[in-house]
Ligand binder design. Structure first.
Ligand code: MN
Length: 353
């Protein structure tokens, strides 16, 4: 949650990765595998009678990667099921599932012990307590490597911007041209995980992206990207506009009780577009927590540090230069602040500016 350590981590994995990887490979005596070798090794762990479960924590990259795995294993195993642990709430993700007809099922809705092989993608067994009890045959991911688990086949490339970019290499090695739906899913996944190539990405991501560009349906991508708001959520905007207070180029708005904190992020990102505003603070109450979203242009400002100074003592707070978030149990707020409003938001955030 602390943005500081996350920033450091990104720098670390970004910079020396290229230079260090070849010497690391030498040390471990692992020559760089070709895409074809990887594919063959991956295929080798499966047999015709296998009933396969791909376990994911559903987001665009994991859904697209799981769909690609399903494609890679078609005709090679009996059956591939995609199971996700979390409830999918983000409208864009629901739209992606719906428009691209991705056959993913909530893990709760079926018996997960009837399978013969388990895979995990865009995640690692220790990332989620729900993942841990399963014995995995394969792990394909792009997050930093974790310890304490085993699998027959492991392909983790932390320097990649998206697991989807890795999956494109598998598909190409298998000489399988993705369908429009699969290509669109992978294309969208790379867009999301690299934040349109503004965040961590490398040439391999760009090559996969370029390859998909010719096959993916851009109108579907746009439709998914624009599916951000439910009609009912427009009311939160109404409240935000009514509450909005601007002074010294800072915009404050407390939205009150919200059904999901995601709406606070959407509202904050919207206010960020106002030319005369250089800081945005949007807060709301979700469950028993106060959630505060910080936005700024990042020029001689640091939202992550401000979030930490303001709320770090009483809750979880952190983020990056331009964006940060704090979550504070209401009971940790001073008695006088528990009836939280826009004035409280202004007073608390101004203390450290
Ligand atoms: Mn990912």
């Amino acid at each position: 949650m602390t943005g500081k350590s996350r920033t450091v981590k990104i720098l670390k994995s970004d910079k020396p990765a290229v230079a260090a990887s070849s010497s690391r490979r030498k040390r471990n005596c692992l020559p760089k595998k070709t895409a074809k070798e990887r594919l063959q090794e991956f295929w080798n762990i499966f047999g015709k009678d296998d009933e396969v479960l791909v376990v994911i924590s559903a987001d665009p990259d994991s859904l697209a990667s799981a769909l690609a795995i399903k494609r890679l294993l078609r005709y090679r195993v009996k059956n591939v099921t995609i199971g996700y642990l979390n409830e999918i709430r983000r409208l864009a993700n629901l739209t992606m599932l719906d428009l691209l007809k991705i056959p993913a099922e909530r893990m709760k809705s079926f018996k997960s012990d009837k399978f013969t092989k388990y895979l995990i993608t865009d995640s690692q067994p220790c990332h989620n307590p729900g993942f841990e009890d399963i014995k995995y045959s394969a792990v394909i991911d792009h997050h930093p490597v974790t310890q304490g688990w085993q699998a027959d086949y492991v392909d983790i490339r932390p320097d990649y911007g998206a697991t989807a970019s890795m999956m494109v290499e598998y598909l190409r090695a298998a000489e399988m041209k993705p369908s429009v739906a699969l290509a669109t899913a992978l294309f969208y996944a790379i867009k999301v995980d690299t934040q349109n190539f503004e965040k961590k990405a490398q040439l391999a991501d760009a090559i996969s992206f370029r390859y998909l560009f010719n096959i993916a349906n851009q109108n579907l991508v746009r439709k998914i990207e624009l599916s951000e708001l439910r009609k009912s959520e427009l009311n939160y905007f109404k409240t935000a506009f009514a509450e909005m207070h601007i002074s010294k180029h800072r915009l404050y708005a407390h939205v009150g009780r919200v059904r999901t904190p995601d709406i606070l992020v959407i509202i904050a990102d919207f206010f960020k577009r106002v030319h005369e505003v250089s800081w945005v603070f949007v807060s709301g109450i979700h469950g028993e927590k106060l959630v505060v979203i910080f936005r700024c242009d990042g020029y001689k400002k640091n939202a992550g540090i401000l979030a930490g100074k303001t709320f770090g003592q009483i809750g979880a707070a952190g983020g990056h230069r331009e964006s940060a978030r704090a979550e504070v149990p209401l009971k940790n707020l001073a008695k006088a602040d528990q009836d939280f409003n826009t004035k409280t938001l202004k007073r608390l955030t101004s203390r450290h500016m």
